[in-house]
Design a protein around this ligand. Sequence first.
Ligand code: TYC
Length: 128
Amino acid sequence: MSKSIMIQPAIHMFQFPTISSAGAPEGGDDDDTGLVTQTKVKTKKPSLYRVVILNDDYTPMEFVVFILERIFNKGSEEAYKIMLHVHNHGVGVCGIFTYEVAETKVAQVLDLARRNEHPLQCDMERED
Ligand code: TYC
């Protein structure tokens, strides 16, 4: 009985991610196997967070308007509108940011409120 010997070619497949435009499939170079490998560069959109302020009975309206102008770069009319919305509905969105920016804005609001002895509350919520 003759035995056939299977000779397996050694296949070396290396995948090198290359810098490219987001999500585009990359045609890898031929290596010595003649095979072409494809590497997809994966990118992820960052999660976004709403920064919200809450109503209370003591923080002066002007202070809330000031916060919206100073920290959230709102014009005076929009700042007043948002403040009034929060006053009437209990909560309102100041802006939508990536995690670190939202975290910084919340800290800035709470710090300014505390230093001015106002009970204004501010929080962040992940956008779906
Ligand atoms: N309700 C406050 C008042 O009557 C005003 C206010 C508005 C406070 C918005 C907080 O997030 C707030 N002085």
